[in-house]
Write a protein of this length. Structure first.
Lengths: 164, 444, 444
């Protein structure tokens, strides 16, 4: 099952921050060497920092997800980053760096599982995003736990963002 | 951030009255949670689906039974049930179950109370009993449970007032789900122990999603009364599958009654919804009872769990369509085609069992009785328990379609083998007048 | 690298040779579609899954049978099959099926060719036959089909060279899917007629998604040879369910052979994958054979259909995970638990059938033979066809789990009723020397 109480609770900003900053800055000034960086610029890396869904679809492997998003109920109300990046400058750009840099790497090496599956950490980001917009709707049901995965929205609303 | 949001979420309820462990009247809880309370009261509705729900049948109230409406009788719908249960209270009165609002009355006034002396144990699943148990046990739930088990039903009945209520599923201060039934707590401990998990505590160890099914598993399960103390026990020490439960009863040498026509030591299976659901694809996929029977509904600005617990087929858009994109009519057709197939095999199994019972009846009077009579009786016990395990399960196979068909197929095999056990071997000619003559002339 | 990815994205494939209705050599098609061709050739791989795939068994080639590798023998794995098929070619040789690359050789060299004289009809499903049919019919596919049906196998065999190839499923200029098999075209017309749809033309009326299953349904179906013309017919005029197909054979008064031990007029079911899939939840949900057995795979920037047709359980991420979020191991476990349950019931049904065959064997020699012998033989025909319908279906129930269990349950019931039919009634004492004496004294 998708959801599990034992799944320990959400991102630990404290520890992450430093790591993130490092990567983010590195990317920003483009001083990272190797394919990753090459790909990053080639795939319009800069557009990572925009909210344009097309930015994500620079990668054809993201194309299906863009298409599925266009068919989804959220097409007109939420873009990729609304769901896939947490709020707050640092964590937001860390996540983008993750999608941008590590995905670039994975994409270039071709070393990733197909079909692409969301990672637990990313799912946490998404689950938190649901609550960001729908607090009022769910405040009664979303109780009594500190892990967003303990009460998973996507368990039932799996295709709000991507309608296949 | 997530954290702040969570903190707010912790206690999202605006309370007008304080609720304690003594508050068993749902009307008082309703002051704090009017939406849930309104739906809860609607379990009084009676609507029939093709195989479920229930039909409101008018009746003229009597002194003994003041009910003016009951659900349809199952034993009149299918008289073969009377043959299966010959000699047991269920052959006198067995009705389609209906909404939670009726549980206390239906238990109190069923004919089954008249033909047999029932213990207070019965109330474990038909009343709001947390407070009464604690009172009877001076604060000790299990002690109270044991006291109730040993009272006669009539005496125990005086100590309860409500059908299942808020306090039976909720912890009053946080509104978290909570298991209040000793039968389930002990049953789960035995089950987990059989899987190598020591002293499992359901209220401590279960996930929130599990609790959304466990609160129902408190009552929607197979059970029996153990020993002279009439302790309520869920027979799960070997596992939840029909063969594991039967094996448990065999080692306990337990029988519910002796079959009137055949003398076989037989068992009555009762509403194993929780056990069957566990064998199905939905449970395997993490889908809980509440997901389907208490789906979320939008009330004004917020979502709440629909406390009008009922057949999901009366509420397909909320119960099924969030997960399944098919149309309501298509989803209804899918559920009904599963139920139809189950019913078809259930009828074949019922015919086989009735024929076995007929043969056993004849065989007992035969002189000499066939040598394999005992084996045939044990095969009846098996065939009957397997069949009743699906018959008594109230989803007509939907909760676990493949398991239901597997069980019915095996039931047919047991019943037919029982018939074969008490017949002369094939090839042995039926003695006919003529052939007898011949043999006589030979001997002459 | 990503640069190439973008290049490929622009132009997935361009043609180097022209393909016509005469081009039956897949190697030539492969020049235009190297990716599909490479995968197509990999159907020579032999990998075993828990219940499927196939195992490569070494053997020393002989003059008569030059194969150095075959698949494992099913009749050695389960000798009860020989009893079920006593007196029929399948009792001599029946192996696990393997990849498409072997279809022509396996058909040519099976022992079944030696013990019985087979017609050219067989090749309809074991060779690339579009071009040979048209040649034989001077451009008329159906005429060619009829000619082949009436030749002896050996003669017809000389006219074909390839196993199923591109042209058997594709129209060469557009690459659209196309049905080339008269058996399927006529079978579908009969089926649709029974549903009130007049002169249905599969190549004209089928949707693209339907075609993704129909191309497989050309061969993965139950069939028989009708009349002296040995015309290949798919028995679908009443529908695709087992009882509808049996009813068809009964009205045609058709039997495959007379059972050697029992004299019953029995039938052999063969690979009804298409029929069973039609009864399952996947078909109902619009999931085609190709979705699972030829899933899309990414080759650079383009997605192609995996032409390495094989067990989806060897390719779970592409075959299942596009629709199911569960892990590979969980999906494997789900499929295998369905197959395990099917196998369990299949074994119970097999035991029941074998016992019926034993009883019938004894009953025939009895004097006088039991009056109900014919009825028992007809029950064997039924029980055996039902069992074989699941046994011969190659997914071990996965294509339609509930239907498979329903069929097996009914098969058990038929077999046991057959046994009962030829036994003296219960309660009738077995005639014993003593009791006979008594009766004699009485008559004196
Ligand atoms: Ca009901
Ligand atoms: Ca195989």
């Amino acid at each position: 099952m998708v959801e599990s109480e034992n799944a320990e609770s959400s991102i630990k900003p404290a520890t992450s921050v430093t790591v993130l900053l490092a990567i983010v800055l590195a990317l920003a000034i483009g001083s990272t060497v190797g394919l990753g960086a090459y790909t990053f610029t080639y795939a319009h890396g800069a557009s990572y920092f925009s909210n344009d869904p097309a930015a994500c679809a620079n990668c054809h492997v993201m194309r299906d997800h863009l298409d599925a998003w266009v068919k989804s109920s959220h097409r007109s109300v939420a873009t990729c980053n609304d769901c896939h990046t947490p709020p707050g400058f640092v964590s937001k750009y860390f996540t983008k760096a993750d999608h941008g840099f590590f995905h670039s790497l994975a994409f270039t090496t071709g070393a990733f599982h197909e079909p692409i599956q969301i990672k637990e950490r990313s799912l946490r980001v998404v689950e938190a995003a649901c609550r960001r917009c729908h607090q009022d709707v769910v405040h009664q049901i979303d109780t009594g736990t500190t892990s967003p995965l303990a009460m998973s929205c996507t368990r039932c609303h799996v295709d709000v963002g991507h309608m296949n | 951030s997530i954290f702040e949001h969570k903190q707010e979420a912790r206690n999202p309820f605006f309370r007008v009255v304080e609720l304690t462990d003594q508050t068993d009247d749902p009307a008082i809880w309703g002051k704090n949670f009017p939406l849930q309370y309104d739906d809860y009261r609607r379990t009084i509705d009676q609507v029939r689906t093709r195989y479920g729900g229930s039909e409101a049948m008018e009746r003229t109230p009597t002194q003994a039974d003041p009910r003016s409406v009951v659900a349809q009788s199952r034993i009149e719908e299918d008289p073969r049930l009377k043959i299966m249960w010959a000699g047991y209270a269920f052959a006198k009165d067995f009705r389609e179950e209906r909404g939670h609002a009726y549980m206390l009355d239906d238990q109190t006034y069923t004919e089954r109370q008249k033909v047999a002396q029932q213990p207070g144990t019965c109330l474990h699943c038909h009343a709001s009993i947390v407070v009464p148990y604690e009172k009877a046990g001076n604060g000790d739930l299990v002690k109270g449970f044991e006291k109730f088990n040993q009272m006669p039903f009539a005496e125990a009945r005086k100590l309860v007032t409500h059908p299942v209520a808020c306090i039976d599923c909720h912890e009053p201060t946080t509104m978290q789900l909570r298991i209040s039934r000793p039968g389930f707590i002990e049953g789960m401990r035995a089950l987990k122990a059989s899987q190598g998990i020591k002293d499992y505590d359901v209220n401590r160890d279960a996930t929130r999603q599990e609790m959304r099914s466990f609160v129902c598993g408190q009552c929607h399960v197979e059970y029996y009364f153990k020993g002279p103390e009439k302790r309520l026990v869920y027979p799960w020490a070997n596992g939840l599958k029909v063969e594991q439960i039967l094996a448990y009863y065999d080692t306990e040498q337990f029988k519910d009654w002796t079959h009137a026509d055949t003398g076989a030591p037989v068992l009555k299976a009762q509403h194993p919804e929780f056990e069957m659901w566990n064998q199905g694809i939905h449970a395997r996929s993490g889908v809980s009872c509440a997901d389907c029977h208490m789906p979320y509904k939008r009330e004004g600005a917020t979502k709440i769990s629909d406390h009008h617990v009922r057949s999901p087929l009366l509420n397909i858009n909320r119960s099924c369509q969030t997960c399944h994109k098919w149309s309501e009519s298509e989803l209804l057709a899918r559920a009904e085609s599963i139920q139809e197939r189950t019913l078809h095999m259930r009828n074949l199994a019922m015919d086989a069992l009735v024929e076995l019972i007929g043969d056993l009846k004849a065989a007992r009077t035969a002189n000499p009785p066939p040598p394999e009579l005992d084996r045939a009786q044990m095969l009846q016990r098996k065939a009957q328990f397997y069949l009743d395990f699906v018959e008594a399960e109230n989803s007509y196979g939907f909760h676990a379609p493949e398991e239901a068909l597997r069980i019915l197929g095996e039931s047919i095999d047991f019943a037919r083998q029982g018939q074969l056990a008490i017949r002369p071997a094939t090839g042995q000619p039926v003695p006919q007048a003529s052939s007898l003559e011949d043999q006589c002339t030979v001997t002459r």
